[in-house]
Design a protein around this ligand. Structure first.
Ligand code: CO
Length: 141
């Protein structure tokens, strides 16, 4: 378990399911955060707002734009709150391959393009002890 290998992983963001970006952002704006970026991800039927911190980790607010959205389904089942965490990795394809070979359940077996030109893939909560995990690799494009 213990090793001196250089660490490649970085915390990227926590995703929070909210009723609306406006409602969800109120508290953080009061605290002094700024909304850096809002975008609608049509494929996921979700509106996303990013609140960035000094160390470049972020809070991602997720507002469903359609009742069929995975986020809407999550809210119906579990209520508002933490939906996933995201860790930045290098060589995401290789990471997914290793996990698959080890028998861990993946939601995305190969990466797809997410916001900010990142390759992303979700790992099933069954694999991680109950946390939906997003792996993300920034591309230079
Ligand atoms: Co995310």
């Amino acid at each position: 378990m213990l090793s001196k290998l250089p660490m490649e992983f970085e915390f990227d963001h926590v995703g929070i399911a909210v009723s609306s970006i406006e409602e969800g952002a109120k508290f953080y704006l009061a605290l002094g955060f700024q909304v850096q970026h809002i975008e609608e991800v049509e494929s996921e039927k979700v509106k996303v707002a990013m609140l960035e911190m000094a160390n470049q980790s972020k809070i991602e607010l997720l507002e469903p734009t359609d009742p069929r959205s995975p986020i809407a389904k999550f809210i119906a089942k579990r209520g508002f709150g933490i939906h996933h965490i995201c860790i930045r990795v290098k060589n995401i394809e290789q990471k997914l391959e290793v996990l698959k070979k080890s028998g861990y359940q993946l939601i995305n077996e190969s990466p797809k393009m997410g916001a900010h030109n990142c390759k992303i893939a979700f790992v099933h909560p069954k694999a991680t002890g109950g946390v939906l995990l997003e792996l993300s690799e920034p591309t230079s494009l």
